[in-house]
Design a protein around this ligand. Structure first.
Ligand code: SF4
Length: 784
């Protein structure tokens, strides 16, 4: 008979770590074994909530298909199990050759870990190796904020302080950066008088749409046009913040640029984006645009945010610039409920290592696909095919570049051109097939976990926790692997200065302890009292020295601090004019520099015309540098546009390794495990399709099959497919052939270089009718 423990029950605070959402967990243990998870009610982001992926943390911990040992690929292409000592010994021998002068810069790393603390360590490791080639993926599209605000990172959007949020394409509650934070701010407060109103526009009736006070269905890729239609009404009716626009913006009125007349944003709006025209572009009633605009204008703290499908098309940068222009018109900057500087975490600075400061990274090369931005994987493909720089070793940590993005076959070609590819992951994925070494990493509950501020968040958050249980398999934290390699390769005293990842974390947190800023995560009364005092200028320490702070932060599992307005809005704008730029001078300069034309104003116009043609833009020449509607560049043939979306069950990289998550995958349409395609009732009628029919969706890249789900509210020329299915890490994956990424065709945002997910036309054909007489698999309208 198996021995049983005394059945001692305990609870510890921890960090979810399964997506960038950075939620806090409470783990229930029996005799030290994790047996249950719930949200930490004191955590400022999730306030006790957990999404289905977070709830499946134990399923992921105990998953039978986890990697159990390091693997090495042999000559015939098959993997064989090896010991850690052998793996790290051989890899470190390889790295010794990388440090030599002739091999400088021949190592690269793709890092998908969302924690900025881990990214800093990855940068230290690459600097120590003498290579600038580090790509931290999943950073979001910062270009619109660079062009309008001069920022190098995405700012914070204080939606919990706003009284009205206009979401253009972003499903805040499923696909948003912090869905549980958004849900507690916008749905949890539903019963209270002062709750924020939510307006949503998009091509799909998403969870955000179904919970919104007003939902406007629009054609895919027309979010920017809708924002400009709203802006037109605000300007025409004088319902904008004229004081802010006059004092803090550039390009609102007509003016001169390099001696040439320049169209102002006001005239652009009034002449070209009147509601009737915008209604035609978007496929929605003009009256709905006017109503959205008036509701937006009536709010005292309105906030507009674009994301999701609006930020994943070939016109993503233009869509986001157009949406952001609404914040500028309303002066929603540097104040509660507005756009704030991204809050920082005052960590200790890092020591200087290596000598590649200022050297260009291949991941930022001009060959990365866009005028002002790069797609790191495209840049990698180009570098490998050109042999410049010559790469010997590539680390892939916390990412699956082959299976998680369109164009996986190009990445496969690139990986095959690099002699040594090392993947660090808890589960086999598509990238592992192309790796020479696969090193198993732990999952969140069995490793030191750190989670930093989610994108767009107006709270600075650092979640941190020690392992809740020992490793179940022979795995090692990716940070420990990098530190171990450093100590094996470097001569005595020249390695990175930390023995373990936990030493590194403690070192970095000294700065936080010293700063006296923010607070440990705690109960709501302590938090409110502290906030009350801090708002009145108090700063005080909660702890006696670093050791006390360290034990406190581990016990409470984190620290947080709200972003605060810093004064006049000007601090947010690091542009050539020092203002918010409706007319982006950076974009103007770049276009002229690239296509010539500084000799005379006539040359400038011709250069802009050449730029427009070369980039495949369709906006008029005089509006290229202003927020404008750029029609989506659709590729392929077919009646419908493929618009993939991420259900909440597709959050993070590891969720689909859980049978529980797979069972819940299509919970809103009763379609666990199997792929489905959402069509509007009109489209289904036109194509003679019924709920539950099996259809094939075909592009020149291939075909996938999915069951029809009829969703009221969906745009009639779109077919929506969920992302996240068809990955090899999923249990039973051999039955799932429905990764929409496999049929997405190559199309990019010409400005940022980012791959477009929603620019592919598809042909739809009936494969099989729903079994005659069977019940419809779905009730009606999904979660709406
Ligand atoms: S998966 Fe992400 S959103 Fe879900 S509970 Fe974990 S951190 Fe939060």
């Amino acid at each position: 008979m198996a021995l049983r423990g005394p059945g001692l029950v305990s609870e510890v605070e921890s960090v979810c770590g399964l997506c960038p959402g950075a939620c806090g967990l409470t783990v229930r243990l029996v005799d030290g074994l994790p047996v249950g998870l719930k949200g930490n009610p004191n955590h400022p982001l999730n306030r006790g909530g957990l999404c289905p992926v977070g709830l499946a943390g134990l399923d992921i911990l105990y998953a039978p298909n986890r990697l159990r040992h390091p693997l090495r690929k042999h000559a015939q292409g098959e993997f064989r199990q090896v010991e850690w000592e052998e793996a790290l010994g051989e890899i470190s021998e390889k790295l010794k050759g990388i440090g030599t002068a002739e091999n400088r810069g021949s190592a690269a790393m793709i890092c998908g870990e969302p924690s900025s603390l881990f990214q800093d360590l990855a940068a230290q490791f690459m600097g120590w190796l003498g290579s600038p080639h580090l790509a931290c993926t999943g950073q979001g599209n910062v270009l619109p904020f660079t062009l309008t605000q001069g920022l190098r990172e995405v700012p914070a959007f204080d939606w919990s302080g706003a009284d009205l949020v206009l979401s253009l394409g972003l499903d805040l509650f499923e696909d948003g950066p912090a869905p549980l934070h958004a849900a507690s701010a916008l749905i949890g407060a539903r019963q209270t008088q002062d709750r924020a109103r939510l307006l949503h526009a998009g091509s799909r009736c998403s969870l955000s749409a179904s919970k919104a006070d007003q939902f406007v269905a629009i054609h895919p890729g027309t979010h920017g046009a809708l924002a400009l239609g709203i802006a037109h009404v605000l300007v025409r009716e004088g319902r904008y913040d004229s004081r802010f626009v006059t004092a803090h913006t550039y390009g609102f009125e007509d003016g001169r640029q390099d001696g040439e007349e320049r169209l102002g944003f006001r005239r652009l709006l009034l002449e070209r984006y009147y509601p009737d025209r915008v209604a035609q572009i978007c496929g929605c009633p003009a009256a709905a645009i006017v109503r959205l605009a008036r509701r937006f204008a009536q709010a005292s703290r309105p906030l507009a945010i674009a994301g999701g499908e609006a930020a994943e098309g070939s016109n993503a940068t233009c869509n986001i610039m157009a949406a952001h222009s609404l914040n500028a018109l309303m002066g929603s900057f540097d104040k509660a409920g507005g756009v704030l500087n991204k809050p920082s975490i005052p960590l200790s600075p890092l020591p200087r290592v290596g000598g590649c400061d200022g050297e260009p990274s291949l991941f930022e090369s001009a060959q990365g696909g866009g005028l002002l931005g790069t797609d790191p994987l495209e840049a990698l493909s180009q570098a490998v095919s050109d042999g410049s720089p010559r790469l010997e070793v590539l680390f892939v940590i916390g990412d699956d570049p082959v299976g998680s993005r369109p164009g996986g076959s190009r990445v496969v070609q690139a990986l095959r051109g690099i002699p040594t590819v090392i993947a660090l992951t808890p589960f086999l994925d598509e990238t592992c097939d192309e790796a020479d070494w696969v090193l198993p990493t732990p999952v969140p509950l069995e490793q030191w976990e750190d989670a930093t501020t989610p994108p767009f968040s107006a709270l600075a958050v650092l979640g941190i926790s020690r392992p809740v249980t020992g490793p179940l398999h022979s795995s090692r934290h990716a940070g420990d692997v990098l530190l171990d390699l450093s100590s094996r390769v470097a001569p005595e005293g020249a390695s990175l200065p930390w023995g373990h990842y936990s030493d590194y974390l403690k070192d970095r947190l000294e700065g936080l302890s010293e700063s006296g800023q923010g607070a440990l995560i705690s109960g709501s009364f302590e938090e409110s009292w502290r906030r009350f005092l801090e708002d009145r200028g108090w700063r005080f320490r909660q702890h006696q020295g670093m050791d006390d702070f360290w034990s406190g932060i581990l016990k409470q599992s984190g620290w947080w601090s709200p972003a605060r307005p810093q004064g006049e809005g000007g601090q947010l704008f690091d542009t050539p004019s020092g203002r918010y730029e409706f007319f982006s001078q950076k974009l103007y300069r770049e276009l002229l520099d690239r296509w010539g034309g500084l000799a005379s104003s006539a040359d400038a116009q011709q250069a802009l015309g050449r730029a427009r043609e070369s980039l495949g833009l369709q906006g008029q020449v005089d509006e290229l540098c202003l927020p404008h509607h750029e029609p989506p560049h659709l590729v392929g043939r077919g009646d419908l546009t493929l618009v993939p979306f991420r259900p909440i069950t597709a959050r993070g990289r590891l969720g689909t390794a859980s049978a529980m998550v797979m069972e819940m995958f299509g919970h809103s349409v009763l379609s666990g495990w199997q792929p489905w395609a959402e069509l509007s009732p009109e489209t289904a009628r036109r194509l003679d399709l019924e709920e539950g029919d099996l259809i094939g969706l075909q592009t020149i890249s291939g075909q996938i099959e999915a069951e029809v789900r009829i969703r009221p509210g969906a745009a009639s020329e779109a077919v929506h497919l969920p992302l996240g299915l068809g990955r090899i890490q999923a249990p039973g994956a051999e039955t799932l052939k429905a990764n929409p990424l496999n049929i997405v065709l190559d199309s990019r945002d010409p400005l940022s270089g980012a791959l477009s997910l929603s620019s592919t036309r598809v042909q739809v054909r009936l494969v099989r009718r729903r079994p005659h007489g069977g019940p419809p698999p779905h009730l009606s309208g999904g979660e709406a």
